[in-house]
Design a protein around this ligand. Sequence first.
Ligand SMILES: O=c1ccn([C@@H]2O[C@H](COP(=O)(O)O)[C@@H](O)[C@H]2O)c(=O)[nH]1
Length: 279
Amino acid sequence: MTFLDMLGAAERQNQSLLCVGLDPDPAKFPAGLKGDASKIYDFCAAIVEATADAVIAFKPQIAYFAAHRAEDQLEKLMRHMKAVAPQVPVILDAKRGDIGSTAEQYAIEAFERYGADAVTLSPFMGWDSVQPYLKYEGKGAFLLCRTSNPGGDDLQNQRLASVDGQPRVYEHIAKLAQGPWNLNGQLGLVVGATYPAEIERVRELAPTLPLLIPGVGAQGGDAVATIRAGHRAQDGATTGPVIVNSSRAVLYASGGADFAAAARAEALRTREVLNAAKA
Ligand SMILES: O=c1ccn([C@@H]2O[C@H](COP(=O)(O)O)[C@@H](O)[C@H]2O)c(=O)[nH]1
């Protein structure tokens, strides 16, 4: 089953466009786990179990594990997600981007070491930095296109004078991903929920690609505007899915012993908002 097949199946089974982001920060853990980096796996496993039937995907962010020397806990968590939620694809948020020979090692890390179904990549270094990931048949790769942070403007919103029609950088990335770069048919784009007008533009340029959209919840992105801009009624293979990520708002919905139940309640609430906004 390809990453896109998995996404479609999870969306149908869980009736969800919500991706729960796994950004474990021990300083924010509930009492009993607080400050203890050895509990990263336990915390994330509880969130996964509480939300597995409510999501289209999970997105662990690798920095939150590496910063605490917790890569072994991430490996264990990846195995756990496959055991308790085999229907839910896992997107490893690593934002890798390097020359081809190094990218090959990062691809091994994402797909062989961690067993991710998809990975996030920076396209800044160009085609040869993306190509190694596409050799993995059926695996997904999301290119940063129009990111949710204010600094995304600095490069992504600049115009490319050298290309006909002077598109902005993010528009050029969207065209490349929809067209010549999409060799394995599993490319997608990252577009921030904090910029709905740009989501709409990217959807126009990349009608069939999956869009990974972070920025609702803690970053204040508008969930309804996000869906209106990026979601199109299903039209066979011609319409790309949207995957709306929320991390901190779900993970830290409660600082108490009820943290997993509170995370589930927040995930269900967000799922409803997203579903209600569909055309
Ligand atoms: O443009 C981007 C790309 C990636 N992210 C990542 O998504 C989550 C967002 O977390 P919240 O707590 O829901 O704000 C985080 O892992 C980022 O690294 C993004 O925010 N924007």
